[in-house]
Design a protein around this ligand. Structure first.
Ligand SMILES: CC(C)(COP(=O)(O)OP(=O)(O)OC[C@H]1O[C@@H](n2cnc3c(N)ncnc32)[C@H](O)[C@@H]1OP(=O)(O)O)[C@@H](O)C(=O)NCCC(=O)NCCS
Length: 160
């Protein structure tokens, strides 16, 4: 498998919605899936989404955004979604997407790349730790998902 990473384009929207459909569950996401007809880029421009391609097929994506619009917070960018098609997991796709996101963040002058991950999402937590992210805090029992209180873990990686 030869993975290439590129910025998303509006034409990727149906495939990205499909990736969401096969990816998200109460194990790894706090919000219900968007309406199947909603535009993937409704709240985020394609330039803030990177996709991973294998032989022309989109097999994963990550999206990022600023945690707040404050000028004093402009040196921080957050990963706000990362998904890899179940058929190609454990082949380094997410790791490449994270590295590409870190490069893009550095290009934008960002010093710190942050994210939030559910406490029980062990695969994602292992991924982020292996990619240099450190736990900065834990919001205990932050979400009630499927009748269970779940921690929200705040992680970040310094880019300088
Ligand atoms: C988490 C996720 C993005 C990982 O994608 P992936 O392409 O399979 O990850 P990679 O192959 O790049 O894995 C890199 C490293 O992460 C860790 N890792 C990834 N999946 C793992 C798993 N299931 N169990 C343990 N460690 C795992 C390992 O350290 C792995 O390195 P290794 O394979 O050399 O041991 C993918 O499982 C996914 O889409 N999950 C559902 C959505 C999700 O939880 N997103 C994150 C929300 S915060």
């Amino acid at each position: 498998m030869v993975i290439s990473i590129r910025s998303a384009e509006t034409a990727d929207a149906p495939r990205l919605i499909e990736l969401d459909r096969v990816t998200w569950s109460p194990e790894n996401a706090v919000a219900p899936l968007r309406d199947g007809d909603a535009d993937f880029f409704e709240r985020r421009p394609p330039g803030d989404v990177l996709v991973a391609e294998d032989d022309g097929a989109v097999v994963g994506y990550t999206q990022f955004g600023r945690p707040t619009p404050l000028a004093s917070n402009a040196h921080v960018l957050h990963i706000q979604g990362l998904a890899v098609d179940p058929s190609v997991r454990r082949r380094g796709v997410a790791r490449q997407l994270l590295e590409a996101a870190a490069e893009e963040a550095t290009r934008r002058g960002v010093r710190k790349l942050g994210l939030r991950v559910l406490g029980g999402n062990t695969s994602a937590r292992a991924l982020y730790e292996s990619a240099g992210f450190e736990v900065e805090g834990v919001l205990r029992e932050e979400f009630l998902l499927d009748g269970r209180y779940v921690d929200d873990v705040l992680m970040a990686r310094r880019l300088t």
